[in-house]
Ligand binder design. Structure first.
Ligand code: SF4
Length: 435
């Protein structure tokens, strides 16, 4: 069977579709790069904002247009929240809720291509940088959040399965594993064993040879200063994504966020005390119900003082079924847009300031893709451990390799650093560490 899998939204959605692609490939199915060759299509949808819902529906229609004969299975948060509407979209023959997703590969009988071992088949779809699902669901109740509604209670994957998966992917050529979940920091809580993420990270670093390990979004209240001792191992990427959502305590209280200006500052100080200038990135919502101009100004000033290396900014999107959607004090769309624009301007400044602190220094870059070619060579793009996007023009395609590079200049328009790869002779060695 020829199958095309696609994800929208968060890294967890991508991790789930990567795992599905590997399982289908291991079962002898052909995972296609484009929908028009496919007999079956699986789309992992998103519903975090109204825009994401629109994108999920729009992409479903586009996939049907590209492959009118293909049978589409919709899964993910939009499919979970609106199964009836989702099943009415063109080409959709089935809708699978979030709880059914991990068993999707079993829907199709193993087939075809048995001249290769399952491992070799899975290798065909393995990535340079792999997203690894660690846990699902969330037991918090941030008032704006629909994810906790769509994904259900927090549940952790067995550590043995995670360590084995990363070991397998490293053997298949993966250079960086990214741990992801809905509420990653809550790993282990559902099993009554307290916070177990640090123990899991230690096992991964001790029991696998993965060259780079990165953590995706972490809720600030799950972390203690001791958590940052893990970064004594330089395979752990010095990059923390800590969603703040607002820099104003009054707004944070209405969001039911279990953090505050003071607690967030203490956490950043603890992280910076244990890692040399880590990249700290965040998420911020503009225009949350009841957000006055004074609250926004306070938030903006607080955010400016944190020196974030990157920010994702969202205009507040009311989601039916969340407490915030019933709150009074809705912020006018034009005001929301203005606040979002001011946050974007601050984000660009803050990101540039962080990147410029690293110019002139040498860092290893994991080259991920060739973004084009010029008469001078291939335009290679990749990331440093502290999540600086790096670009260089070189006579070799460097994808799937790691090489040291000197950081020369910052391209503000592209939001990336221009670098010179330090290659003694020809293309770099495969899988060089962070050191
Ligand atoms: S911690 Fe809050 S924002 Fe994050 S998934 Fe849970 S409820 Fe949503």
């Amino acid at each position: 069977m020829k199958v095309y899998v696609r994800a929208l939204g968060c890294r967890l959605n991508y991790a789930e579709m990567d795992a599905l692609a590997r399982a289908l490939a291991a079962n002898g199915h052909v995972v296609t790069d484009s929908p028009d060759e496919a007999e079956q299509i699986v789309l992992n949808t998103c519903a975090v904002t109204q825009d994401a819902v629109h994108s999920s529906r729009k992409l479903t229609r586009q996939l049907h247009k590209a492959a009118p004969e293909a049978a589409i299975t919709l899964t993910g948060c939009y499919a979970q929240l609106a199964p009836a509407v989702a099943s009415g979209l063109p080409g959709v023959i089935s809708v699978a809720g979030n709880q059914e997703k991990d068993a999707l590969a079993g829907r199709w009988e193993p087939a075809g291509d048995f001249d290769l071992e399952p491992l070799q088949r899975a290798a065909r779809v393995a990535r340079t940088r792999a997203f690894i699902k660690v846990q699902d669901g969330c037991d918090n109740a941030c008032t704006f959040c629909i994810t906790t509604v769509a994904r259900g209670e927090g549940r952790s994957r067995p550590a043995d399965a995670i360590v084995a998966e990363i070991g397998l992917l490293t053997a298949l050529g993966c250079r960086e594993a990214v741990l992801t979940g809905v509420h990653l920091g809550s790993y282990g809580l559902d099993e009554g064993r307290g916070h177990q993420l640090a123990a899991l990270i230690r096992r991964i670093l001790d029991e696998t040879d993965v060259p780079r390990l990165r953590l995706s979004s972490l809720e600030p209240w799950d972390l203690t200063p001791e958590f940052f001792d893990l970064w004594r191992d330089d395979r752990l990427c010095p990059h923390l994504h800590l969603p703040l959502q607002s820099g104003c305590d009054a707004t944070l209280r209405r969001m039911a966020r279990r953090t505050s200006q003071a607690a967030f500052c203490d956490l950043l100080a603890a992280a910076r005390g244990r890692m040399p200038d880590p990249a700290i990135t965040t998420d911020v919502i503009a225009g949350f119900p009841g957000e006055t101009e004074a609250e926004f100004e306070e938030s903006l000033a607080f955010i400016a003082r944190q020196g974030f290396a990157g920010m994702h900014i969202f205009r507040y999107s009311p989601r039916a079924g969340t407490p915030a959607a019933r709150m009074r004090g809705a912020v006018d769309e034009a005001v929301k847009q203005d606040r979002s624009d001011r946050l974007h301007a601050l984000a660009a400044e803050s990101q540039a300031a962080y990147a410029r602190r690293w110019l002139g220094r040498e860092l290893p870059v994991l080259w991920e893709q060739v973004a084009g070619a010029t008469e001078d060579g291939f335009l290679n793009v990749g990331y440093t451990p502290n999540y600086l996007r790096a670009a260089c023009v070189h006579n070799a395609a460097l994808s799937h390799t790691v090489s040291r590079a000197r950081l020369d200049s910052y391209d503000e328009d592209a939001g990336q650093v221009r670098v010179t790869p330090l290659l003694d002779d020809g293309p770099p060695a495969q899988g060089a560490g962070n050191g």
